[in-house]
Design a protein around this ligand. Structure first.
Ligand SMILES: [Zn+2]
Length: 290
């Protein structure tokens, strides 16, 4: 169970800012058997390395998130092999039917029918996509994805892309491969997960260069990540100035610390209440037209 104290503390932060709540663009809901594999992966890292704080059944996880005052969230999932994305996408569609405060979410993999199911997903109301280059272990420049990025760019549908090399690097993570995707599709509405950790500077460069590129805050700035990959203090002015393109993300429920720590980490950056209002709520409201 989540303590009443944590809930009250999170709610106090947004209430003091005059906000009606939070919008969290990076949360994970997925079929139970997939989520238990994700948890098993984190468990296998070793005792106490990555303890899942919110290891509850789905109804309780939803209660906890709503209890924090999260008004809208996502159900991000991601395939690690072909022939999986369509199934994940239909699960996510029915999840949103039962939970209208979840922005309908979808994903894809480099496979021949990706361009078709991505177009279908957009036509039937998908609001956000997820691409995970480390777990998926694919090259975002794969020709099978050219039409996918193009379709997303044309539709203006945001795609949350895990393209930084943290917490775990992959063959295609880092700013190199994904910046080539942006060069080919400069109007893509991309949300770089984890603020691009640990390559914060290179991904801030992309946010500066492309007006539809955003960052999500997922895990970034928390003591857990700061120990491994500290955000360079010299970049704080840029993070402040580009604040209109920074969005709250958390990785709930798969985080090795309390949700409150993410919120506190953002408050402690001390970038001003206007910055916080944008990041915790208003920027996502604008981006998703909520
Ligand atoms: Zn995530």
């Amino acid at each position: 169970m989540v303590g009443a104290d944590e809930r009250a503390e999170v709610r106090r932060v947004w209430r003091d800012l005059g906000l009606p709540g939070l919008v969290d663009v990076h949360t994970h809901f997925m079929p139970d058997n997939v989520l238990s594999k994700v948890w098993a992966y984190f468990d296998a890292l070793g005792d106490g390395v990555w303890p899942i704080t919110y290891r509850f059944d789905q109804d309780e996880r939803l209660d906890v998130l709503r209890g924090f005052g999260v008004r809208y969230f996502t159900a991000l999932s991601y395939p690690h092999r072909p022939d999986m994305a369509r199934w994940l996408n239909s699960w996510a569609a029915s999840f949103t039917e039962g939970n209208p405060d979840c922005l309908r979410s979808a994903t894809f993999y480099p496979e021949p029918d990706a361009k078709d199911y991505v177009a279908e997903a957009i036509d039937s109301g998908t609001r956000v996509f997820k691409a995970h280059l480390q777990v998926g272990a694919y090259d975002p420049r794969d020709p099978l994805l050219t039409d996918v990025w193009g379709t997303l760019a044309d539709a203006g549908t945001p795609v949350v892309v895990h393209c930084g090399s943290g917490p775990m690097p992959g063959d295609f993570t880092g700013p190199g491969p994904f910046s080539e995707v942006l060069r080919a599709h400069p109007r893509l509405t991309a949300v770089v997960a984890h603020a691009g950790a640990p390559e914060y500077t290179a991904f801030l460069d992309l946010v500066e260069r492309y007006e539809r590129v955003h960052l999500d805050t997922t895990m970034a700035f928390t003591p857990y990540i700061e120990r491994m990959s500290p955000f360079p203090r010299a970049e704080l002015p840029r993070l402040r100035d580009l604040g209109h393109r920074v969005l709250l993300g958390t990785d709930f429920p798969n985080i090795p610390y309390a949700y409150l720590e993410q919120i506190r980490a953002l408050v402690d950056l001390d970038l001003g209440s206007a910055w916080l209002r944008g990041v915790l709520h208003d920027n996502a409201v604008g981006l998703f037209g909520l």
